[in-house]
Design a protein around this ligand. Structure first.
Ligand code: TYM
Length: 338
């Protein structure tokens, strides 16, 4: 039987995960783990690219593990691993930094966004996509399920992997991004022209996965709509972004097309009510399971140890091949990547 294709994706363990993370990423992961050999990373090293608090990072990493398991990532089926537990990420990242160019990294939209107006831009924020490329290539990944905001980074990963293979031999699988057809960019409820983001200033337009039912209802009730007074799904019209966002959220959660969903509603209030109900139905069991998992930290730690064990195997193989190809002298004393 042919080997199963490999899926890999990652999430930063900073801030509270949002409905955007869920619809753009976690929900796909839950589905894809049934079919593919899957690895999901909690990317604590990426979290160092902006100011951070060490204690919050440590706690956030464990909380993110609990959340992923609560969402339905199955530790017996998928490998869930903390990035810093497998040294190969940092090791391969250096090779990627030396393969990507300054010009390529300068063109990354996320770098431009996150560095704008910041007094101290860490060098790691600039080289971040090289680490992300290493994350992906280390596991010979075929498919990378992500929200739309990550597609430029994956395009760069493909470029860098192709360049490396061309220069040094066929070492890396060239990965493809898998962007969900709907809700690939969930928008902020109060500012529907901007992406819903963990790091947004007031958080009022964010649905957090651990929000109470009441908070979810209140935030969706206050979601910005427009003055058209008709529930229509119109793509590419900035003036209708708020209603479009609600329709996409409801469509994904009820497995329908947004246009069909729109035809069921006349009033914005009813659309909001139905969207809130669907979101609550999805998130409240996750919240309960999350509390259960957080109540048994040693279970979480041992699942992460199993993840590390499994991940290290593939990682060390890829890394030693890449080291060899690039011309590093092998040493009998050194074990790579774990
Ligand atoms: P991060 O932590 O910002 O987000 C995790 C995932 O959630 C998706 N996402 C969204 N999708 C739809 N609408 C939104 N509003 C929204 N907000 C976030 C993101 O697209 C992402 O899929 N660089 C990555 C983490 C990473 C990674 C990797 C991903 C590191 N190494 C290797 C894939 C493969 C990031 O910061 O994601």
């Amino acid at each position: 039987m042919a080997e199963r294709e490999r899926v890999l994706s990652g999430v930063q363990p900073t801030g509270q995960a949002t409905l955007g993370n869920f619809l753009g990423a976690f929900r796909q992961w839950r589905i894809q783990q049934e079919e593919y050999e899957s690895t999901f990373l909690i990317v604590d090293q990426h979290a160092l690219t902006v100011e951070h608090d060490p204690a919050a990072l440590r706690e956030g990493t464990l909380q993110m593990a609990a959340l992923l398991f609560a969402v339905g990532i199955d530790p017996t089926r998928s490998t869930v691993v903390v990035q810093s537990h497998v040294a190969g990420h940092a090791q391969l990242a250096w090779l990627m930094e030396c393969t990507a160019t300054y010009g390529e990294l300068s063109r990354m939209i996320q770098f431009k966004d996150k560095s704008r107006g910041s007094a101290m831009v860490r060098a790691g924020l600039f080289t971040y996509p090289a680490l992300m490329a290493a994350d992906i290539l280390l596991y010979q990944t075929d498919l990378v399920p992500v929200g739309e905001d990550q597609s430029q980074h994956i395009e760069l990963t493909r470029t860098v992997a192709t360049r490396f293979n061309h220069a040094y031999g066929d070492i890396f699988t060239i990965p493809r991004a898998v962007i969900p057809p709907l809700a690939a960019r969930v928008m902020d409820l109060s500012h529907p022209e901007a992406k819903m983001s963990k790091s947004s200033a007031d958080g009022q337009g964010n649905i957090y996965l651990l929000d109470s039912d009441d908070q979810i209802r209140r935030k969706i009730a206050k979601a910005k709509t427009d003055l058209f007074n008709e529930v229509l799904y119109v793509e590419d019209d900035p003036a209708r972004a708020g209603v479009r966002n609600l329709l996409e959220i409801l469509a994904v959660l009820t497995d329908r097309e947004p246009k069909d969903v729109a035809s069921n509603f006349v009033r914005y209030g009813d659309l909001k009510e139905a969207t809130a109900t669907a979101v609550i139905e999805q998130l409240s069991p996750i919240r309960e399971r999350y509390q259960d998992y957080m109540g048994d930290r040693s279970q979480l730690v041992s699942w992460l140890a199993i993840g590390r064990e499994r991940a290290s195997e593939v990682a060390s193989q890829t890394l030693s091949r890449a080291y060899d190809a690039i011309g590093f002298l092998p040493s009998k004393e050194v074990t790579y990547g774990d």
